[in-house]
Write a protein that binds this ligand. Sequence first.
Ligand SMILES: [Zn+2]
Length: 280
Amino acid sequence: MQYIDKTNVKFKDRAYTLLDSFIQGQWQQSENCYVNLAYENFNNEKLTKWLLEEQEYYCCYCMKHILKEAKILKDERLIIKNETTLEHIIPNKSKNSLDYNKYSLYGEIRKSVFFWDESKMSSIKLNMPPFPHILAYENLVVSCNGEIPDQGKSKCCNNARGNKDIEPLFYVKTVRTDIKYDFKGIIICDPKYDQTIKFLNLEHQTLQLFRRCWLNLPSKYTPLDVINASKDEDLRNDIVDDMDISMITTSDKTTIKNSVYWKTFMNYFWFYLYKVEEKL
Ligand SMILES: [Zn+2]
């Protein structure tokens, strides 16, 4: 995983202007309160693009690269809409201000976010920051759509979490060393993060397989070869056949060669970069 820095003014200033404009636009002078101030009424398209750029197009949890496929398919807008979800760190629908207390320990949340309770709607116009948690830049990150190729219908990341209580690991400055991956693709971390990993379904066998294949990619191949192999079955077979059988089993090889799996697998090249940078 990688740390997400929410103090970068390049993204923060743009997001603040957009969110402030939407929120103040919901103020109804005749009612002397905000009307329909809800995340569901906010067009998140621009913000999603900026947050993706901020996160270098990686899912905040599983590290899937979201734009790679879009660039190949040349329909960026549609892909971003279908491939991403915006994750509320303090859940959007939370009715419990205790959630705020827990999450305020992370990132810039305490400084820039307050708990918005619709039932106690204020008749005072907001002066932001802080922003209400339902629409705060510091409370929003981009997650993938959570779709994992599988026999059944497995989900990961935001779509697996729902409103469950997790540790927002991308706001832990030492996340790079706190969350490690071994050559089998298994996550190595402090047991205090086990429940978070479980709720996000990050140890799903397919995600482990993707990580295992990237971490054991034979050195003569590059990520570009892997991407090209999505349309070149011979190359795909060569790459997989060259993988070390002691790490990638025959059953793994059969699975990963399947083009549906491969098209998702190729977007997890962050683990190749991880291996290079960590000198594994
Ligand atoms: Zn993900």
